[in-house]
Design a protein around this ligand. Structure first.
Ligand SMILES: NC(=O)C1=CN([C@@H]2O[C@H](COP(=O)(O)OP(=O)(O)OC[C@H]3O[C@@H](n4cnc5c(N)ncnc54)[C@H](O)[C@@H]3O)[C@@H](O)[C@H]2O)C=CC1
Ligand SMILES: O=C(O)[C@@H]1CCC=N1
Length: 272
């Protein structure tokens, strides 16, 4: 059910790539105006791009907490404890804390925050910035379905938003990090085209469109990837020769291993 976000105030501690991606998505939804968003970071470096979209900026983390109802923690995982130590005194039971830090568990966040504070853990990915993210969140012990609904509403223009229990580190390995695997594949395919004589800029444009088109068809058709792959293969044609080369190179095992390794790293970051 759609919630009225009214004059809800949204804050970000950390002004990096992920804060920017989520803030862009929230602003593009039109449900929150830029003047109701505030971002903090220690240096001016990253704040400029927020100022450019009318978002309020500060160097003071406690100021962001004071003016926000929903507070995104968008600093690197190892900074979370010191940031929470710094701002805990001004966090109230009205705040909704949303951490995007890889690996950092809800239990850790609840331990570092005052008792009873509502916490959600969110794992977004970089394509939020073009409203095509894949986001998954889970709720802490104090966050109710209402807070989950509010978060969904805020993120409604960031892309696909799912709620899941016990799978957020796996989602990190699959999708938070997975975006980079796709970029590596796109880069390697373009390099193959350059090797075969295509100009680099053209190869990169075509690789990007190939990834985009394949992804959209996969999502929008609802078909299994194996079915779509089969649809591209003419018997004795070009694709099966290309796929055979990928099989010889161990693409599937490498991709499965990448999701496994990144998931394990997320668990390790969370002390699990
Ligand atoms: N980059 C990505 O694709 C994704 C990142 N994440 C998570 O998002 C979080 C942020 O990552 P990025 O945006 O990539 O990092 P980033 O390095 O681009 O941004 C970090 C920001 O934190 C600020 N910062 C550092 N110390 C601070 C402090 N004491 N108080 C306030 N701000 C401080 C920095 O100035 C910078 O603006 C990480 O925890 C990461 O695990 C999650 C999903 C995807
Ligand atoms: O590499 C990382 O740790 C972060 C989390 C997922 C994507 N980037």
């Amino acid at each position: 059910m759609e919630q009225d976000l009214g004059e809800i105030k949204v804050g970000f501690i950390g002004a990096g790539k992920m804060a920017h991606g989520i803030a862009q998505g929230i602003l593009l939804s039109g449900k929150v105006c830029p003047g109701n968003v505030m971002v903090s970071a220690p240096s001016l470096n990253n704040l400029g791009k927020f100022k450019d979209c009318g978002v309020r900026t500060t160097h003071c983390n406690t100021e962001v907490v004071r003016v926000s109802r929903v507070l995104f923690l968008a600093v690197k995982p190892h900074i979370i404890p010191s940031v929470l130590q710094e701002v805990s005194a001004v966090i109230t039971l009205q705040h909704i804390i949303v951490s995007v830090a890889a690996g950092v568990t809800v239990a850790t966040l609840e331990r570092l925050l005052p008792t009873g504070v509502m916490v959600l853990r969110l794992m977004p990915n970089l394509p939020c910035v073009v409203q095509e993210g894949a986001l998954l969140f889970c709720r802490g012990s104090q966050a109710r379905p209402g807070e989950a609904g509010l978060l969904r509403e805020l993120l409604s223009s960031c892309g696909l938003v799912e709620e899941g229990r016990g799978v957020i580190d796996i989602h990190t390995g699959l999708s938070g990090s997975g975006v980079a695997y796709v970029y590596m594949l796109a880069e390697a395919m373009a390099e193959g085209a350059v090797k075969m004589g295509m100009p680099s800029a053209l190869a990169n444009r075509i690789a990007a469109q190939t990834v985009l088109g394949a992804g959209r068809l996969l999502r929008d058709s609802g078909q299994h990837p194996a079915q779509l792959r089969t649809d591209v293969c003419t018997p004795g044609g070009t694709t099966i020769f290309g796929l055979h080369a990928l099989e010889r190179g161990g693409l599937r095992a490498a991709a499965m291993g990448a999701v496994e390794a990144a998931t394990e790293r997320a668990r390790e970051l969370g002390g699990k």
